[in-house]
Design a protein around this ligand. Sequence first.
Ligand code: FAD
Length: 500
Amino acid sequence: MENQKVETFKCVVVGGGIAGVTCIEQLASQFPSADLALITAGPHIKAVINYKQVSRTLEEFDVEERPCTVLEEKYPNLTFIKSAVKTLDAKSHRLETADGKLYGYEKLCICSGARPKLFIEDNPYVLGIRDTDSAQNFQKRLSKAKRIIVIGNGGIALELVNEVEGCDLIWAIKDKAIGNTFFDAGAAQFLIPSVEAHKAQKPVPRKRPHYTVEEAAGGTSHTFTAGKNHCQTSTPTDHGSALGPDWHEGIVLQGAERGHRKVLVEYECEVERIFTPSDLVSSPEKNLNLETVGSWPVYIKLNNGKTYGCDFIVSATGVEPNTHPFLHGNNFALADDGGLQVDDQMRTSESDVYAAGDVCTACWKHSPLWQQMRLWTQARQMGWYAGRCMAAHVLSEPIELDFCFELFSHITKFFNYKVVLLGKFNAQGLGPNHELLVRCTKGQEYVKVVLSGGRMVGAVLIGETDLEETFENLILNQMDLTPYGEDLLNPNIDIEDYFD
Ligand code: FAD
């Protein structure tokens, strides 16, 4: 390593996902003639296109997976290096890639994303979904499956349950209600009928980030019963970028029994054991309360005492930051969730090393209306802001925390409903010190407002409510809403005019 040639750049960004690409583009626009490099493990990069600021904090954009060459064509001072980073020596400001090459940097930004946190590792019957390859593997296995089990209750699980057809689906969640990462029990109740009805509905217009591939290369239970077609290809890689919203749009999520679909939700339970028929021979299980007879490749025993057989299991139980190659020999401060701690200028604890996106944990004192969630929008915002911070530090200029970190805001779509989340939408961290106002029209809209001390601090808007901009303003200006009481959600009052 000592005598080896080291190619040195002013700034190096690791990761071709949304965070890394946004960061390097920001740097390239600020330093049009400095030597810059983007190192990423996969052959593609994720590019944000059609970016639109919907309101002060809400944003919409499309995402395209593109060949890496597009960036080099756009920015002549940018070198694209397709290889995985193997090690980092933060003291000597050097990286080594899997192909044995050494790269030096003045400033480095780590945007290596995260990977699925499987509830059990190295089990051939347990899949995680993260990138194009894992989604294709899932699709292939699903096409032969009559029953799958989904473990987890976040966005990926919600989307899977919504999209998978042609098989039985058992959805095991540890909470009392579906989708608790995003919703309270009331919103979950509003969405539950859609689990059955969604395919009959007309798709609503898209109002959230959209994903395309440019280049084809013991608890209670609840039962529902109900009866696209371009393929994406990509060279297999161990370190692909995270898929994002609409990741399933280019993939047929069809099981082996076309026209059939049955969803069973098992609430308040966790996985106790996974076993195959041959495991049972060597270690017989007593009191096996088999919910479903038949012969299956794998069985799962839940801690509510129920056991189900299935073709395979999807673990959608969150992600863990991809920090591994960067840690050895360095002194990174890690957050409890395993992310690289970053301060309000996206700096890690190692000098000249920044981080953005899923790999980092925002450890500055947050605005009372913002929280980190590992989402596409935040990956873009962090990448963009990290690029600006790096440039400001190179130029010894001051920089202030960007306004986008003032208020949490997210637009998405679940079960074909537009969903807008603002601020402390689930009263996160407020304890009993809050009040909720709810308006719900079955099958049409669910509006929840979180008030604290008479001021609006969060909102959940499901359906075409058109309230997002007004509520965003009310949250940002922290107006005392006590005089308006429940009129805030009175459907006969045009709230927009009211606060104009
Ligand atoms: P990534 O996109 O994961 O990019 C990481 C990059 O780093 C990749 O290019 C990878 O190749 C590279 N890399 C990794 N390790 C190395 C290494 N050692 N050396 C070099 N390069 C490396 N978010 C939403 O907002 N809404 C949604 O509906 C939504 N749905 C999702 C559905 C799925 C199935 C998944 C998996 C995620 C979803 N997300 C969603 C989350 C969103 O996709 C991520 O938050 C976002 O993509 C993170 O961007 P990133 O740039 O930080 O990381």
